[in-house]
Design a protein around this ligand. Sequence first.
Ligand code: FES
Length: 348
Amino acid sequence: MSDSKSIASGKGSHEPEHDYATGLATIAADKVADPGLEPHRVRMTDKSVKHEKAAARQVAALFLASVVGSIFSIYAYFAFPLSDDLGTVRNNTLFMGLGITLGLFGIGIGAVHWAKTLMPDAEVAEERHQTRGSEEVRARAVEIIKLADSESGFSRRKLIRRSLYGALALFPIPAIFFFGDLGPNPKDTLRHTMWKAGTRLTKDPSGLPIKASDVTLGSVFHVIPEGLSELEHHKLEEKAKAAVLLVRLDPSELKESAERKSWSYDGIVAYSKICTHVGCPVALYEQHTHHLLCPCHQSTFDVTDECKVVFGPASRPLPQLPIAVDAEGYLIAQSDFTEPVGPSFWER
Ligand code: FES
């Protein structure tokens, strides 16, 4: 009986199991057989000076393409400044991204092309050794590095070397602009919003002022400050800070501290819409439980209890906007928020 048959039958006695193991050993032995090296193929760049020079020019061209890409991304940053115009923001992202892609692509492909066409392609086997070699080995390593330098032409090929330096030097510069856009320190910018005494509460996005009588029991309004839509600059930033949720509850259900008793109007309360965890808009109101839910990580705030956190990772309540009504019955702010809105991981 052959091994393959024993493996296939494999039941009833111990002999087939023995054959099975033997069969596996045979297969394993076959699989790890050393295939040896393929015959060495001499590259065109090894045979012809003309091809070698052409390859060197191609490598330099790729590094120069990287330089162009990096410069283009800087140009795109200034040509399409970030503003309230979403089309410009889209162009900023698109063209800066293309520039950076070319910057990375040029360096990466240039380095690969250099290695494949101009650096030595001989197969080398290195025996394993301890991490730190002897002095002799270390001296030999220095020799090898020098040899690699001379064989790769890093010192000798000035065009490639300088273009690579240029590509590497320019590539990180766009990051300066990107990181610059992360500032300024939000500590101060989140401390103040557009709300001030007398600012009317208006519907988002229509900007229509809201009368207290419009806010029926259980209803929720997404609110922005009056005048926001007339802003010429930083409209989105101001909206992101000043957005408010307006809810009307039965006044008997509100648990208001003495200090905040005058911050609501006939059961109508206004809270910042910006989650105090990491700043998502809190947009889901559960009328039955009077809970506001942040969809990002499920932080839940109790509207009846000064929007204290009842669940989730947020560490502080949503800031409350003190409100009142003006002579015409429109809802107005009594002041700005009394604490910073938004994420609370900055030192406040
Ligand atoms: S941002 Fe709201 S829970 Fe994380």
